[in-house]
Write a protein that binds this ligand. Structure first.
Ligand code: NAD
Length: 555
């Protein structure tokens, strides 16, 4: 039986030939096969004679990656490595997480999705189309690994800020799951990327002869819902312990699917709930600088989609935990969409916005500066995907209204940020507390160094996944995200805050994930949602579960 991903030192592979080992990325060690293994498995002559260590292999990989001029070339190098040798891939990524996360995930993965069919080399993950209707269970049973713990599924309709990329969106579940492993420690053999290829409405893809998805317009309505339903039921039957994460669905489906499944399946939507948790952590950290409590904030969101409403809902829960009624908490969250302020006068609102359509006496408010002047928020959160929306007047107005205004420019990629870190500090005379969705370099303003915090979802979802897996939780609840946010905020040091950083360094992400996993598992045990008995030491159990990319000896 193949067991290389579990923590045994010696792993037996009856019947495996050298070629099997070399061609299975979960088992391959490349030039690190020892002389003994080479003799035992018939690998003598098939590899250059020098036996490398994992460290030497890692040095070689990084030297080559760094020589590449274009980020997309670095991505292709890394993906080829993942296809050849997963242990080495994860060693390299974990040891260089700061440098490689933007390559294997956002922003470079966006370009990789756009060019997916043209860059294509080898399949990864499962593609499910409408032709598989009635047979999805069989397709899942055909997946070679049987102990699947985390599934990331997309239908490719809203890939990052890039819109409908159809089946080319597969690079997203692949990339995201590589972060579950690198940042959280979920075993790579236990991850399953899935694309529901329901067609695409992207004319460029439909016209591209190399496009690899179904070259038809998207199925919608009942046909779509039945396919998703069959997929979700099949997951529950074939991989009953797996956590299902919805990723990059367009917002009309994202909210609906989350509502439909959250109380009956172990699932969550990272665009909605993961974003919310990392942003709530940023608000908690900011409160340590401003000395304001969360309930003292009045938040104006620019955008009213998955990220915005997700954050709003979690903030409301967190404010209620601090003593506000639901009504009071909701009245502290205001939203602007592409048309105007979301308010009681609007007759055109989608369902997810309606609970926040508050009444007010300011007349129609159609631009952000007027909204800031009318509502006097303490925090401005940009999640509209629209660049340069936080102008100098708006940031200056926030600074006029507040000694320490919170300015979170969360839209990705960097080119879509509502304002840059430099602008936020400059326009507020250094008083803004800034966070962004994409990374910004430190800024020196009037002799002081500011380190802008990046509200990266990768702080949250790997730990949530690990906590759910460790406790075999049956559901993923808002309380888990709420506790995840608190756990993350607690890891921010006074030194981080002194530089304006609202999040701990990403280099500590495995430790951060273990803390978050512990908080999440604790909720599962306390709420009777755990499928496993509570261990004496939750943290030790979690750390023991974390996959370490190390070679095992094959005997
Ligand atoms: P979405 O499509 O669900 O929502 C976008 C919202 O913005 C919609 O409500 C839309 O009406 C509104 N909008 C569009 N143009 C506008 C304008 N000119 N003025 C005001 N509102 C406008 O998308 P989403 O998933 O909510 O993501 C939005 C942005 O947030 C993206 O750029 C995404 O990259 C970013 N995001 C960041 C993080 C993070 O920092 N961790 C996480 C998730 C999403």
């Amino acid at each position: 039986m193949i067991q290389n991903h579990i923590a045994s030192r010696n792993v037996v592979h009856p019947g495996k030939t050298g070629a099997d080992l070399l061609h299975d990325p979960l088992l391959n060690k490349g030039t690190a096969f020892t002389d003994e293994e080479r003799r035992r498995f018939g690998l003598v002559g098939l590899l250059p004679p020098k036996v490398s260590t994992l460290k030497e292999q890692s040095t070689r990989v990084m030297a080559n990656v760094r020589k590449r001029a274009a980020d997309l070339e670095k991505y292709v190098d890394m993906l080829s490595l993942l296809d050849r040798n997963e242990t080495l891939f994860y060693r390299v990524v974990i040891d260089h997480i700061d440098e490689l996360m933007p390559i294997i995930y956002t922003p470079v993965v966006g370009a990789a999705c756009q060019l997916y069919a043209h860059l294509y080399r080898r399949s990864r993950g499962l593609f499910i189309t409408k032709r598989e209707k009635g047979r999805i269970r069989e397709i899942l049973r055909g997946w070679p690994q049987k102990d699947v713990q985390v599934i990331v599924v997309t239908d490719g309709q809203r890939i990052l800020g890039l819109g409908d990329l159809g089946a080319s969106g597969m690079a997203i579940p692949v990339g995201k799951l590589s972060l579950y492993t690198a940042c959280g420690g979920i075993s790579p053999a236990a991850t399953l990327p899935v694309t529901l290829d329901v067609g695409t409405n992207n004319p460029a893809l439909l016209a591209d002869p190399l496009y690899l998805g179904t070259p038809e317009r998207r199925i919608e309505g009942r046909e779509y819902d039945e396919l998703v339903d069959e997929f979700v039921s099949a997951v529950q039957e074939v991989f009953p312990k797996a956590l299902l994460q919805f990723e990059d669905f367009a917002n009309h489906n994202a909210f609906r699917l989350l509502e439909r499944y959250r109380d009956r399946v172990c699932c969550f939507n990272d665009d909605i709930q993961g974003t919310a948790a990392v942003t709530l952590a940023g608000l908690y950290s900011a409160g340590r600088i401003t000395k304001r409590r969360l309930v003292d904030e009045k938040i104006l969101f620019h955008g009213a989609g998955e990220a915005a409403i997700g954050i709003g809902d979690l903030v409301v829960g967190a404010m209620m935990a601090e003593g506000l009624t639901k009504q009071e908490a909701m009245s502290r969250c205001w939203f602007m969409d592409s048309k105007a302020l979301v308010d009681a006068g609007r007759k055109d609102l989608q369902d997810h916005k309606k609970p926040y359509a508050h009444a007010h006496s300011h007349g129609p408010v159609t631009d952000l500066l007027s909204a800031v002047k009318a509502l006097k928020p303490t925090a401005l959160i940009g999640v509209s995907g629209q660049a340069a929306q936080f102008t100098s007047e708006i940031v200056a107005e926030m600074a006029r209204l507040n000694a320490r205004p919170l300015v979170f420019a969360l839209s990705n990629p960097t080119s879509n940020a509502e304002c840059t870190a430099e602008q936020a500090y400059g326009w507020s005379a250094g008083r803004a507390i800034f966070a962004s969705g994409s990374p910004f370099s430190p800024v020196i303003f009037r002799g002081r160094t500011f380190v802008p915090g990046q509200g990266n979802n990768a702080y949250i979802f790997p730990g949530v996944g690990l906590g759910v897996v460790a406790s075999a939780a049956e559901r993923v609840t808002d309380e888990m995200f709420f506790e995840a946010a608190r756990a993350l905020a607690k890891l921010v040091t006074e030194e981080d805050l002194a530089q304006g950083a609202l999040f701990p360094p990403l280099t500590k992400v495995r430790e951060i994930s273990a803390c978050i996993a512990e908080a999440v598992a604790r909720v599962a045990y306390e709420r009777g949602l755990a499928g496993e008995p509570r261990p004496k030491d939750i943290r030790r159990r979690i750390e023991a579960l974390q996959y370490q990319p190390e070679y095992k000896e094959y005997i």
